[in-house]
Design a protein around this ligand. Structure first.
Ligand code: SF4
Ligand code: SF4
Length: 460
């Protein structure tokens, strides 16, 4: 034996203590995150594993040297698997859309078409196959409706009051440009814009060249219906805002739509202030906010280096996955562009994970591999099925992104796992197994906070 028995026992006790500390840390973090299943399992493992090593230290066998060596070798292998890039793929040629999307084809535009109007007749003349399904969806109660299945006046009216306020923001997305141009160094301007966006509440901000495929071909909402979208600006500033985990974990109940509406308002208000600020500097700028988009926000944000698009068609950010809202400002202000941070791990993880598919109440999420759509290989959710559920329940659901393993909070515990997911195809499978074990393959919805879930009745 190279090492004496006291030394090996000492190593085993240290390993036991380290395991105990790490798993208790994970358990405490889980309590803070209100992930009680995970917390219980972390506590149990901390106890069992540390006890196992202590028992070996005190009553162990004569071959302790080999046991310790094997354990340390395993640990080294695990670190190699997490930190050494392995199995990642290069960007394929078909990662960017070839054509444009017509906003009139999206559900948000179709739902507001009114029977017997010119827009209604024109649209269903071109897309007769969509008419019956859309008529049915329009007959349902709708988002935030008192007649919807999950209606609760407190959460729904709170959400709707944000949507009400957003209507007013829409009038301010564009405006007069100052005749006096303020000129500054583009690098310093870029730093200012990013820092100010952060000060206003944005999480991350990125800038990219505005490409034709970022823009809708035609507008599809209210006053601008059928207006051709003109490629006016050279650059786009995209930024994200976090959606609160406590609220989205209750999905599909009312707090989810409360949070969505709040973040639509918050992101819209930031975009409007950024655009107005730029116009004061003497450059054109337009805010793209809920209900008034000329751009497809996830595509812009992806090119601005804020994340990659996954199975849900949403932006998957490195530290919060799809649990974000995105807004965009397009402009001619000279700024320094960021680069897309292509990483195949998002798509590769989505290929094996499929947790969102299992949880979706309507089977709206594509189960098989990405397909060529509009010249790009991508997943596409069934927007009709998804929207039908929204219009029945009155909320924007969000079960899919609330259970996504990428949506865990931005902290050391989850970021450590994210490093492994980003780097290694082997670790991606381990991470998925661990996520299912600690959080459940089909996690239950969290309880609606008491202060929202109050008893009520209508009186006339
Ligand atoms: S739940 Fe899984 S498959 Fe769905 S978006 Fe998230 S990582 Fe991708
Ligand atoms: S929002 Fe709900 S219905 Fe729509 S895809 Fe996600 S889980 Fe399915």
């Amino acid at each position: 034996m190279i090492f004496n028995i006291e030394f090996l026992n000492c190593v085993l006790i240290i390993i036991s203590a380290i395991i105990f500390v790490i798993f208790v840390y994970a358990a405490v973090v889980s309590i803070v995150e209100k992930e009680y299943l995970a917390s219980g399992r972390f506590f149990l493992i901390s106890f069992l594993l540390s006890l196992f090593f202590l028992l070996i230290a005190y009553f162990g066998f004569s071959q302790k040297e080999y046991f310790v060596s094997a354990f340390l070798l395993l640990l080294l292998l695990a670190l190699i698997v997490i930190f050494i890039p392995f199995g990642n793929k290069k960007q394929e040629d078909n990662e960017l859309p070839a054509g444009k999307i017509d906003e009139r084809d999206i559900m948000f535009s179709r739902i507001i078409l009114q029977e017997n109007t010119e827009n209604y007749k024109d649209y269903y003349k071109k897309r007769p196959e969509k008419k019956d399904g859309d008529d049915f969806i329009r007959s349902l109660p709708g988002l935030c409706s008192p007649k919807s299945a999950l209606f609760n006046p407190f959460s729904y009216y709170a959400a709707d009051s944000n949507f009400f306020a957003i209507e007013y923001l829409r009038n301010a997305v564009d405006g007069e440009i100052s005749k006096t141009k303020t000129v500054a160094d583009p690098a310093e301007l870029t730093t200012f814009i990013k820092n100010w966006a952060k000060k206003l509440g944005a999480l991350n901000t990125g800038i990219c060249e505005l490409k034709p495929y970022h823009l809708y071909s035609y507008r599809g909402r209210k006053d601008n219906y059928s207006e051709k979208v003109i490629h006016k600006h050279k650059l786009a500033i995209a930024f994200t805002l976090e959606m609160d985990k406590d609220y989205t974990s209750c999905s599909p109940a009312g707090p989810t739509v409360m949070e969505s509406a709040q973040q639509y308002f918050a992101s819209g208000s930031i975009a409007i202030r950024l655009a107005e600020f730029i116009r004061k500097l003497g450059y054109p700028a337009k805010a793209h906010i809920d209900g008034n988009y000329e751009v497809i926000c996830p595509l812009v944000a992806q090119d601005a280096g804020l994340g990659e698009i996954g199975r849900l068609g949403l932006l998957m950010t490195p530290n919060l996955g799809p649990r974000v809202r995105v807004a965009v400002v397009t402009t001619d202000l000279p700024l320094i562009c960021d680069k897309r941070k292509y990483n195949s791990s998002v798509v590769e993880f989505c290929k094996i994970c499929k947790k969102c598919i299992n949880i979706c109440p309507t089977n709206a999420i594509q189960k098989d591999d990405r397909k060529m759509i509009n010249g790009v290989k991508r997943w596409q959710i069934n927007q009709e099925k998804c929207f039908e559920f929204w219009c029945k329940t009155g909320t924007d659901c969000g079960r899919c992104f609330s259970v996504c393993p990428y949506s865990h909070p931005d902290n050391f515990l989850h970021n450590f796992v994210r490093i492994g997911i980003r780097n290694s195809s082997i670790f991606r499978r381990i991470a998925l197994f661990l996520d299912d074990f600690f959080y459940g393959r089909k996690p239950a919805s969290a309880k609606v906070p008491k202060w929202i879930n109050i008893k009520w009745k209508f009186v006339k």
